[in-house]
Design a protein around this ligand. Structure first.
Ligand SMILES: NC(=O)c1ccc[n+]([C@@H]2O[C@H](COP(=O)([O-])OP(=O)(O)OC[C@H]3O[C@@H](n4cnc5c(N)ncnc54)[C@H](O)[C@@H]3O)[C@@H](O)[C@H]2O)c1
Ligand SMILES: N[C@H](CO)Cc1c[nH]c[nH+]1
Ligand SMILES: [Zn+2]
Length: 414
């Protein structure tokens, strides 16, 4: 993955070694180095969680509540039920769903506050029935987590929160330290350091996906509004200097109009430095011969967010093979999905939408298969199983079935 340069790999490798060998002391030192903050403790106290409510507006609380409702409604549809099927031979087969025991949520916070990510990561975990949810997020300059993040955590019942960010946070939740307990799975988006650390620890814990610097790709036909397109491109460029914003269109005139709009709209943005770097390095306006070619290129890129700004967008949907989330039509701007519609905003990046899905309730459960056969059922299946075991040369497998029907062992008890 081109995103992870040798320099970043070396730096994250060193962070891992430090966390493994020095635990909390390394976490404190790394927080001082990367966040510029000297922490006294990592765990956020109950009082600090409550105090956060004083520092957010009532309007923000109401907006978070509404977003929470929409996210819950959408994710509730993803819930699965355990089942048993009755087989013709009198047996039963089933699938038992159990929640993961302990998960760690990473909520970004380096250059912006992300209360929305608390809801996006925490709600599906809570719906799945996870009992132990740990949340980590980096400190601001005052040494505290953004109050909006703490408030959002409390709104969805998360109380175990640690002031810790970056790759060190991911390694702490993987290996455990004096203060941070080890988890079974780590989910949540983050910058390039966080994302590389997650990739490195996969296998020692589970992870959700590669959810790194944000991406938007817009496919637009000639009749679209250039101001809408520029605004949506900038909305993702402002996340990170490594974010990507791409327009693909068969209309050269539209491409030129969007370029002008980008220049104008960017002037007034607070995070202009970030959008400028992102657009210079990862921004593209690609003019194709046809709309079909635009879909072909988009599928190769496999963007995190794909906007279809074309006439009758629904009719083009079957052409989309790879994308984290698709936004259809001019009144479905990407930030609608970031905050509010109810779909999850933790989405695969760096081309990984070819094989990863958006974060969902499925990330927080596991299936256990169940098998129950009667004696008669096994008797009927016996020949086929013995034949298959013979073919595989696995004699003990065959015996585990056949001895149940041998006269001298059939009714044996101790
Ligand atoms: N794909 C998704 O689903 C999704 C969703 C939301 C946000 N995002 C992305 O999350 C990211 C948020 O990034 P952020 O930086 O604001 O917050 P962050 O919390 O991901 O990263 C901040 C941390 O990075 C560490 N760090 C900073 N500079 C470092 C360095 N030079 N070396 C080692 N570690 C360093 C620090 O510890 C800091 O606490 C953005 O890239 C955004 O696009 C992605
Ligand atoms: N666009 C981000 C995912 O790439 C999610 C987000 C959170 N807040 C604002 N945006
Ligand atoms: Zn966003």
């Amino acid at each position: 993955m081109a995103l992870f340069t040798e320099e970043i790999k070396d730096s994250v490798g060193e962070i891992e070694r430090m966390v493994q060998s020095r635990g909390d002391a390394a976490l404190m030192a790394l927080t001082e180095k990367f966040d510029g903050v000297k922490l006294e403790s990592l765990k956020v106290s109950e009082e600090a969680m409550d105090e956060a409510f004083v520092n957010v507006s009532t309007d923000l609380l109401i907006a978070l509540e509404k977003a929470k409702e929409n996210i819950e409604k959408y994710h509730r549809k993803q819930l699965r039920e355990s089942f048993f099927t009755r087989e013709e031979n009198g047996g039963m087969l089933g699938q038992m769903i159990t929640p993961l025991k302990r998960v760690g949520l990473y909520v970004p916070g380096g250059t912006a506050a992300y209360p929305s990510s608390v809801l996006m990561n925490g709600i599906p975990a809570a719906l799945a029935g996870v009992k132990e949810i740990v949340l980590i997020s980096p400190p601001q300059q005052d040494g505290k987590i953004h109050p909006g993040v703490l408030v959002a955590a409390k709104l969805i019942g998360i109380t175990e929160v640690y002031t810790l960010g970056g790759a060190q946070g991911i390694f702490a939740m993987t290996y455990g330290t004096e203060s941070i307990p080890k988890v079974d799975k780590i989910v949540g988006p983050g910058n390039v350091y966080v994302t590389l650390a997650k990739k490195m620890v996969y296998g020692q814990v589970d992870i959700d996906m590669i959810a790194g610097p944000s991406e938007i790709l817009i496919i637009a036909d000639k009749d679209q509004n250039p101001a809408f397109i520029a605004a949506d491109l900038l909305s993702q460029a402002e996340h990170d200097p490594l974010a990507s914003a791409i327009l693909i269109t068969p209309s050269k005139a539209l491409g030129e109009a969007v370029l002008k709009e980008l220049e104008q709209q960017q002037q007034n943005l607070q995070r202009k430095d970030i959008t400028q770097t992102a657009l210079e390095n990862q921004g593209k306006i690609i003019i194709t011969e046809t709309l079909e070619e635009a879909f072909h290129l988009s599928n190769r890129f496999a963007p995190e967010h794909l906007e279809l700004l074309v006439e009758d967008p629904m009719s083009h949907l079957p052409k989309v093979e790879n994308a984290g989330c698709v936004f259809l039509g001019p009144y479905s701007p990407e930030p609608l999905g970031d905050y509010y519609a109810g779909t999850n905003h933790t989405l695969p990046t760096s081309g990984s939408a070819k094989y990863f899905s958006p974060l969902s309730v499925d990330d927080f459960i596991k299936n256990t298969s169940l098998v129950y056969y009667t004696k008669e059922g096994l008797q009927r299946a016996r020949k086929d199983i013995e034949l298959l075991a013979d073919y595989e040369g696995l004699e003990a497998h065959k015996k585990a079935v056949s001895l149940r029907f041998e006269e001298d062992t059939e009714d044996r008890k101790i």
